[in-house]
Every structure is written in structure tokens, then in C-alpha cells.
Design a protein around this ligand. Structure first.
Ligand code: SAM
Length: 255
């Protein structure tokens, strides 16, 4: 693990929405650092993330769709999504802080909504209720989970879907998934290679981990929206993505 990575890893460990605004304004940072990742986790990898998102949403051969990206950030990923929107004559709705959105290019087919979703974005949620084909919420849910009512965030987002519309709530860090990986032989080996020493991963069990998303939260989301009449699916990330061994993706479809 190099020194810059270690510094970034510590610095980006517990970010809030307000912290992201400060990162967005810091001109010394790369676009990946501005969205809270050490470069190693995102640089050169966002095309693969974009391909995975498209495969999960199944939007490849479709045109004229309305796509919403909540917490779009400012790195290559949002640019791939913008290119997709342009190539498919989509309408693209982008939500993030004004500081982050300022770093994202403007195009006629893009509408930007600055503010904390759902608290500050009533203009979006009122105008687009039942009108959105695809919602992307990539690598954002862990910033919502312990700061906002997570179900209000999801209930509001899902109220925007058209019949047949899909929401990808993705790149969710699941502490139980992480423990399963790092207690396996393969996980121990990968930890040793990453640390470049012979240490074992540190894993805690049977202790409160209040801010962490675990299997119980993942299962509660899958169950709640099935009970609300949606279909929900727990999906894996392909192994070419940087954190496939500790992150979960959830696809929710309005029937
Ligand atoms: C880790 S970054 C992910 C960015 C992008 N989705 C990606 O994966 O490349 C999280 C982003 O979500 C934004 N964010 C966090 N909570 C938000 C909220 N409640 N409403 C809007 N944006 C939010 C942050 O400002 C930040 O840009």
C-alpha cells in the first residue's frame, strides 16, 4: 500500500455530503479524489463500472429514455453516462451538490438539480413522479444510510419510476460480505498481497457496528420493496471492479 493511498484511504473513510462539497472545491485533488476515492480504486476502472451499470439496467438498445443519476459525482463515470445519454437521445437528470455539479459539463439534454436528495429536490420529485425510466444511485447509499431515513430516500426515488422502470442502487459496502471474503483463504491472500506483509485481516464479530451496512440492511431493502409491489434483485459485481468482494448491488423494478 503506497503512502498516498494510505493518506487518501484515511481521509475518505467517513465522508458526509458537506465533506464532498469541500472535496469538489479542492483544486489539488483528482476527479477520483473529489468523489472520495483514492485514484487506485477508480482511475482506468470507470469504463468497466459503466458497462456493468448498463448490463444491469439493460438499457443498451434503447433510445429516448429519462435517466436520473442521484449523487452523480464529477469523474469519468458521469461522463460515460452523459455520452450514453447523448448517443441515445435521452433526457438526463443529474443530482448532486452545486459544488459537484459545477464540475460536470452542461448539455441541452441535461437538467441539473443541486442539493441533498430528497430533502432539497422537491422540484425534481414533484415534476418527475412516475416519469423516469432508469435511476442510478452508484456508491452513494452508505452516505445516506446513517444520515437520513434510508427508506425515505428509497421511497422517494422509487416514486419517480415509470411502470417497468428500474433503479440500480449499487456499490453498497456490506460489512458482512467483507468479513466473508477476508475470512476466506483467498481473502487472506489478497490482504497479504495488498499490505505487502504477512499480517492477517482484522475482523470483528458480535459487536455493534452502528454506521455500517450489513446483510440485515440489504435483506430489509429487498423485502420492503417486494412487499410494496416491486421486484427486487441482489446482484454481484464482476471481479474486474475494484471492490467486488465487499460491495453489493440491488436492482429494483417497478412492475
Ligand atoms: C462516492 S461519490 C459517487 C459519485 C458517482 N455516483 C460515482 O460513483 O462515480 C458520492 C456522491 O454522492 C453525492 N451525495 C451524497 N449524498 C447525496 C444526497 N443525499 N443527494 C445528492 N447527492 C449526494 C456526493 O456529493 C458525491 O458526489
Amino acid at each position: 500500500m503506497n503512502k498516498q493511498f494510505q493518506q487518501d484511504y484515511e481521509r475518505f473513510k467517513n465522508l458526509s455530503y458537506e465533506d464532498f462539497k469541500a472535496l469538489a472545491k479542492d483544486e489539488s485533488l483528482s476527479v477520483y479524489q473529489k468523489i472520495g476515492f483514492p485514484d487506485e480504486y477508480r482511475k482506468g476502472k470507470e469504463k468497466d463500472i459503466f458497462i456493468d451499470i448498463g448490463g444491469k439496467l439493460g438499457w443498451q438498445n434503447e433510445t429516448g429514455k429519462t435517466i436520473l443519476d442521484i449523487g452523480c459525482g464529477c469523474s469519468d463515470l458521469v461522463n460515460f453516462i452523459i455520452d450514453h445519454g447523448k448517443n441515445t437521445s435521452a433526457k438526463l437528470l443529474l443530482v448532486d451538490s452545486a459544488e459537484m455539479l459545477q464540475l460536470v459539463k452542461n448539455e441541452l439534454f441535461i437538467e441539473k438539480y443541486a442539493g441533498y436528495f430528497p430533502n432539497d429536490t422537491k422540484d425534481l420529485t414533484e415534476q418527475y413522479a412516475g416519469k423516469v425510466d432508469y435511476i442510478i444511485a452508484y456508491s452513494i447509499f452508505h452516505y445516506i444510510f446513517y444520515n437520513t431515513c434510508m427508506f425515505r430516500f428509497l421511497d422517494t426515488a422509487l416514486s419517480l419510476l415509470k411502470p417497468g422502470g428500474k433503479m440500480l442502487l449499487a456499490d453498497i459496502p456490506n460489512v458482512d460480505k467483507r468479513k466473508r471474503f477476508f475470512s476466506s483463504d483467498r481473502g487472506v491472500q489478497s490482504h497479504k498481497e495488498f499490505m505487502n506483509d504477512d499480517s492477517m485481516p482484522v475482523l470483528q464479530y458480535n459487536t455493534p457496528e452502528p454506521g455500517q451496512i450489513d446483510d440485515s440492511i440489504i435483506n430489509a431493502i429487498l423485502q420492503r420493496y417486494r412487499n410494496f409491489g416491486y421486484e427486487t434483485y441482489l446482484l454481484s459485481q464482476p471481479e474486474n471492479l475494484p471492490m467486488w468482494n465487499r460491495r453489493d448491488d440491488i436492482l429494483i423494478q417497478r412492475i
